[in-house]
Ligand binder design. Sequence first.
Ligand SMILES: Cc1cc2nc3c(=O)[nH]c(=O)nc-3n(C[C@H](O)[C@H](O)[C@H](O)COP(=O)(O)O)c2cc1C
Ligand code: SF4
Length: 516
Amino acid sequence: MTRIYVPRDSSALSLGAEKVAKAIAEHAARQNLAVEIIRNGSRGMFWLEPLVEVETPAGRIAYGPVDVADVPSLFAADFVNGGAHALKLGVTDELPWLKQQERLTFARVGITDPVSLTDYLAHDGYRGLQNALALQPAEIVQQVTDSGLRGRGGAAFPTGIKWKTVHDCKADQKYIVCNADEGDSGTYSDRMIMEGDPFVLIEGMTIAALAVGATQGYIYLRSEYPHALAVLNEAIQHAREKHYLGPNILGSGHAFELEVRRAAGAYVCGEETSLLESLEGKRGLVRFKPPLPAIEGLFGKPTVVNNVISFASVPIILDKGGAFYRDYGMGRSRGTLPIQLAGNIKHGGLVEKAFGVTLRQLLYDFGGGSATGRPIRAVQVGGPLGAYLPESQFDTPLDYEEFSKLWAVLGHGGIVAFDDTVDMAKMARYAFEFCAIESCGKCTPCRIGSTRGVEVMDKIMQGRDHAQNIALVRDLSDTMLNGSLCALGGMTPYPVLSAINHFPEDFGLNKKAQAA
Ligand SMILES: Cc1cc2nc3c(=O)[nH]c(=O)nc-3n(C[C@H](O)[C@H](O)[C@H](O)COP(=O)(O)O)c2cc1C
Ligand code: SF4
């Protein structure tokens, strides 16, 4: 029986994977060929989706991008035995895009059947949990601290310290909350993990529960992710049936229940306190801090709130040890980061690399330059509130501190590329507009400042009172930066000011005068 892999990931589905899988099944049946079609996750090479792989003695052979119309010729070329065809790409694992990565968190994505617990176990799944069950809670926390893991949701706060705070709290109830709202532009690694390897998230959350003594967990899932919802629910059911979740995890006496909750569909609901309000059934308004969610979180109880990738990075840490993970990376940025290449880029997709890889390597070695073939002029890193970086900064290594030195952020690792046709004044205006639309309204700098920002940008773009209005944008940005309650208003100046500072000519300013 030949195994054929056709992804079920929403990126592949959007490019026709469902029809391709059906056509392959029909063709095989007509030719009386015994094939098993496995619906795997995406390998992350989106320009090759749907990427079909066949298992051969030489390894998995990739063909792509496959259209339904290609299926007859693939069979004619004996692709089920790795036959030659115009779409043949070779052994999947040898493709340079994959070979040059360090896939720790994404080790299984694209390889396994996401909803098969057996497959997960066969690929080292739940080894981290097995190890965790033999440890004291404080020892689990220590492993995570030793790994150097910092939150992958944006703020890069050390995960071990957050867990220790919850661990040290005395309470009758504690919670584990996964932030799966993934609202940043150009980001999709959370979705890819949830659709491509949901058990790794479930395992990571279960380990967190053991570490801090929580018995209930919630995944707050972006409302636009129906495929992730279905995959997660199916995986949770399998995990519960085999006692990886439930009242008595693997006979240990520990209880942990897990539920997926659909998010409210607002960007600000990804902010952790607003998320907690929303989970409690209220409007997604940001809470004042302190108290920290680790001390008074969901329903006022100590709560671990972590991003999907943060939790999904925990099983390998508990499997191979904190030191193993810590050996990857540079400076205080340890381990690997799943980087998402998007925007005007030839080869968009997911790259997992140790910290230290440069933007230029990502944009050109992996991304292949812009999709339009024109020079890449600007990249926005870290979502809609991230700074724009010009070409002169493309050699910056991905490292939280190196980015902060440039007044930029890594955020969730989303990189959006723009070619030289971009108008950076329009991008700056858009940043204010985005903030105005998504503001929760609780504080004045963000609620009013963003609307005023759009108006002032309009005046600048019309050339009205130019110098005064540029000064006004800077002043307004200063107020938003220092006076906002959360990072939505507080970081809107990043895209605005980086655009003005690095691309002054788009704002009718003299480049040399600005530099001076
Ligand atoms: C406006 C706003 C939106 C955010 N959206 C997300 C999000 O979609 N996903 C996420 O994990 N963190 C998001 N964050 C960061 C969270 O507040 C929080 O720092 C994170 O969930 C903590 O998890 P981590 O330590 O694992 O990164 C957002 C923050 C702000 C201010
Ligand atoms: S900065 Fe904006 S989103 Fe954040 S609390 Fe203030 S109004 Fe709400």
